[in-house]
Every structure is written in C-alpha cells, then in structure tokens.
Design a protein around this ligand. Structure first.
Ligand code: NAI
Length: 469
C-alpha cells in the first residue's frame, strides 16, 4: 500500500496551486486538499467556470481533470491538516519590510504561523514538507516548534522539497522536471519520510531525476539555483551596456558564447532587467545569510547581481528620455506588457513597474496594455511604487488600455516591457499610423524585428544594440 494517501498543501498560490494540482492529476489514488486562509483565492480555484486565480498555460486543463475527483480547495486549514499524512508548507516568504534584516532577510512569519497551526491541530504523525523557499536551517526551527507543541502520539518528520518551476511554464516544468530535490535528516526516520515523498513523485518522475540530499543542502540549493540564474541575466545585461556603447550586438554576442557547451544557450537573453517574486528576494536572502555568517565578500559578490539589475532598469528609462530629445514631459508613452515575463499574470517586481514610475517622475503620460494583468493589480502596483503620490494623481497620468493598438494611439514612443508573443504580430503599420511622428519603439526584450519596423518608419532602439537612430 502506498505510504502517502492524503496530502494537504498549505498555501494556494503560484506554487502550491499548480504543484499540488499536478500531484493530484498524476496520483489519482492520493486525495489532495489545497488550503488557504484567503477566501477569495479559494473561491476562484473552486469557480464553476474555472476562472482560476492565476494564469498559467495548461493549468486549467489539469484542474478540470482533477478537481472534485481527488483534488479539493478549501479554507478549512485545520481539517486539511488533520486528514493528511503529508503536508506541504507552500506559503509566501517575502523579503522582510521592517525589523532586523529588513530589506534582505526572508520574512518567515507565514511559515512559522503555518507550522504552529500544524502543531496545534495534528492528532497523528505527519510528514511536513517545506516547499516554500527558505533560508538554510529553517527546517530546524520548524522541527523545534513542532516538537515543543505537538500532542502525544503525533511525531513529525520534516523534509525540504524546494520547487524549481518557472512561472509561465509551470505545468510543463512540473510534468517533466529537470530534477526533484528532497532533503532529509540522515536518520532512519528521515530517510523513510524521504522515501515516502519520493514514492509520490515516482508516479510520473523517473527515479534518477529524484535527488535525495541532506536538509541544509536542499535548502541552500534552491537559493543557489535562483542566484545563479539571476547572475546570468545580470552578466548578459552588463554586457548589453558594453554593446550599446561600442556598436556590438548583444544577440550575436550571447549566441556566440552560448555555443560553448560549458556555458550553454539558456538564460542569455538581454532584457530590461529581471523581475518576479523570487530572484531578487532569494539573492537578498543569500546576501543576508552570508552576512550573518560573517562572509562579507560573499555577500558583496551576490549583492552586485541585484545592483546590476537596478542599473539596467535605470539605464533603459534614461535611454528613453535621452532619445526623446531629453524630455518626455507631457509626452504619451505606450508601455506594452506589465507582467514580469510572458505567459504569466504575475507582476511582482516587474521591471515595467520601475520604468513606469520613472516615466511618471518625468511627468510623461503613460498608456499601459498587458494581455493578462487586471487593471486593479496595475493600480495597486503603481500605488505601492509611489507611496507619496495619491492614486488619483497617478490615474490622471496613467491609463490602462484594452489593446496594444489603443495604448499606442497618439503616443510618441512604444516601450516593449514584456516579451508577450502577441507583440510580435500586432499590426505595426496601424500602430505607426496612429502615433505622433517621429514614432519611436524601444524594445526592452529583443522581441520585434527592428529592421521591419524601421522600414515602416519607426525609430527603433533595441537593448544591447549600439546603432545610431
Ligand atoms: P503566493 O503569495 O502566491 O501564495 C502563498 C499563499 O499562502 C497565499 O495565498 C497566502 O494566502 C497563503 N498563506 C499564507 N500563510 C498561510 C497560512 N498560515 N495558512 C494558509 N494559507 C496561508 O506565493 P507563491 O508564489 O506561491 O510562493 C510560495 C513559496 O514558494 C515562496 O516561498 C516562494 O519563494 C516559493 N517559490 C515561488 C516560485 C514562483 O515562481 N512563484 C517558484 C519556486 C518557489
């Protein structure tokens, strides 16, 4: 008989929702309940027309197949905990906003509250799996809390099982992961718990892709993977600045270096800067960890990845102002894309937010279009980015549009901030006809065919390309 029959996932967000929906799909013999305190989020997961709270290609299909069969969404956290043999903790771990380590350390309050809830509610033994990205040795704190508060006969084994999915390709990543990482204590009980979770994944993941390591290595591997991915982006972005200054072409440079099998071609696309809820947060977390361990040079090294990212965004918005004859005051700028990358509606740390804030400060008028992001989210993000400016003032300067064509009408410049495929195929001739002249395009994602746009009449500026207009 399989060791795990009921799974509870605490946290129905970008990770908990898709991850456990896929587990339910691939393991019809396991009952999976995803719980969250956020009623609106759970209602959306349960919505009759599958109007799910997050956009992810392929996700709706997975939920359609499994929901009501062996996949359930609920706000009854305690029942979810009580019924489960194995509990994923997949709550948010944002950067701390105040107190010790503010701006760097992870805020572990949500992890701690979820852990305390497990301790207070569980009446039988459980395997508790840390799915959230956490600093090294968090599992130890969880174990201390669980041991100190557990009921008789309830023992807890803690595993680390960080999630490596990328938003936008989450379902493909979950169906065929490069690897599944499980960290456990190297005790008999730890190894048995690890085997039980491995058995769940083996329903669809080849055994050789399931890596089992020590708890602390597992926790650190997640931070390290994100830090190294972000570092590649910052490295190529640093080179893009050299390209712009010298006339080299970053696409050609990236292609050339990517052919080296030691380097490889992925994650070498220059852009206006990385965003997303994880890269910056996890690097800052690594910086904080290094500083706490008195490893000053290590901390400085990783911090530079974030510094370069900020520089890249600033450099891009300055290039827009410089190119538009050193002023954008009163000029209409169309920003295409608000999500932090294509194929997601997630806007957390999106580069577009910083660019638009810069344009607002230059007193430009901004039109925004994104195919997936709701206007409420855009207002919330812009409000948070400029806390001293009343929302009504922002809304006088910024408009949210329902198509790219509408956003570009009467604009002086179009900024491509997100690499949505649909921006490649918009009717650029019509866009040009509706814009003020000279009409500028700034491609922050190496997305469009610059030569084609130039033949229409646009003045095109591409990240990492040094040609003069
Ligand atoms: P999220 O913010 O989308 O979802 C977290 C959910 O947990 C929220 O819906 C919140 O209401 C719920 N929650 C918080 N405390 C709770 C509690 N005590 N009981 C019940 N529900 C509670 O966050 P997301 O993006 O899913 O990230 C979760 C974790 O996974 C983070 O540690 C993140 O770093 C990590 N991660 C995120 C990835 C991503 O692409 N978003 C990829 C890999 C890891």
């Amino acid at each position: 008989m399989p060791r795990v029959q009921q799974i509870c996932c605490i946290g129905a967000g970008y990770v908990g929702g898709p991850t456990c929906a896929v587990i339910a799909l691939k393991c019809p013999h396991i009952r999976v309940t995803i719980v969250d305190l956020n009623q609106a989020r759970i209602d959306a997961w349960n919505s009759p027309d599958f109007n799910l709270p997050i956009y992810e290609p392929g996700l709706e299909d997975v939920v359609r197949q499994a929901r009501g069969r062996n996949l359930f969404f609920s706000t009854d956290v305690d029942k979810g905990i009580r019924d489960a043999d194995l509990i994923f903790v997949s709550v948010n771990t944002p950067t701390k906003k105040s107190g010790v380590g503010a701006g760097f350390a992870a805020d572990l309050n949500y992890v701690e509250l979820a852990t305390r809830r497990i301790a207070a509610t569980a009446t039988s033994s459980k395997i508790v799996v840390e799915k959230s990205t956490v600093p090294c040795r968090t599992a130890e704190s969880m174990r201390t809390i669980l041991d100190a508060n557990s009921k008789p006969n309830a023992r807890f084994d803690i595993l680390s099982n960080p999630e490596f999915l990328a938003e936008g390709t989450a379902i493909d990543d979950l169906f065929a992961p490069d690897r599944v990482l499980i960290g456990s204590l190297q005790t008999q009980e730890g190894k048995e718990a690890c085997a039980a979770l491995s058995e769940v994944y083996q329903n669809w993941v080849p055994k050789e892709r399931i890596l089992t390591v020590g708890l602390w290595s597992s926790e650190l591997s997640k931070l390290a993977a994100n830090a190294m991915l972000a570092q590649r982006i910052s490295s190529v972005n640093a080179l893009s600045a050299i390209c712009e200054a010298t006339g080299a072409n970053i696409a050609e440079v990236a292609h050339s270096i990517g052919q080296d099998s030691r380097i490889g071609p992925k994650f070498l696309r220059a852009s206006v800067g990385f965003g997303g809820s994880c890269f910056q947060k996890d690097i800052l977390n690594l910086v904080y960890l290094s500083e706490s361990l008195n490893l000053k040079e290590v901390a400085e090294y990783w911090k530079q990845v974030v510094t370069m990212n900020e520089y890249q965004k600033r450099r891009f918005s300055k290039r827009v102002v410089d190119t538009l004859f050193n002023t954008i005051t009163g000029k209409r700028i169309a920003v295409l894309g608000f999500a932090f990358k294509a194929d997601t509606g997630d806007t957390r740390e999106s580069a577009a937010i910083t660019l638009i804030r810069d344009f607002q400060q230059e007193r430009a008028l901004v039109n925004i279009y994104d195919p997936q992001v709701e206007s409420n989210q855009i207002w919330a993000d812009l409000n948070e980015a400029s806390p001293d400016v009343p929302l009504e003032t922002i809304q006088r300067q910024v408009s949210v549009c329902s198509s790219a064509l509408e956003a570009c009408k009467n604009a002086e410049a179009v900024i491509i901030a997100t690499e949505w495929a649909e921006f490649k195929t918009i009717d650029w001739q019509a866009v040009y006809a509706g814009m003020n002249k000279p009409a500028f395009v700034f491609d922050g994602r190496l997305l469009v065919d610059a030569d084609k746009l130039r033949s229409i009449g646009f003045k095109v500026t591409v990240i990492g390309r040094g040609e003069r207009l």
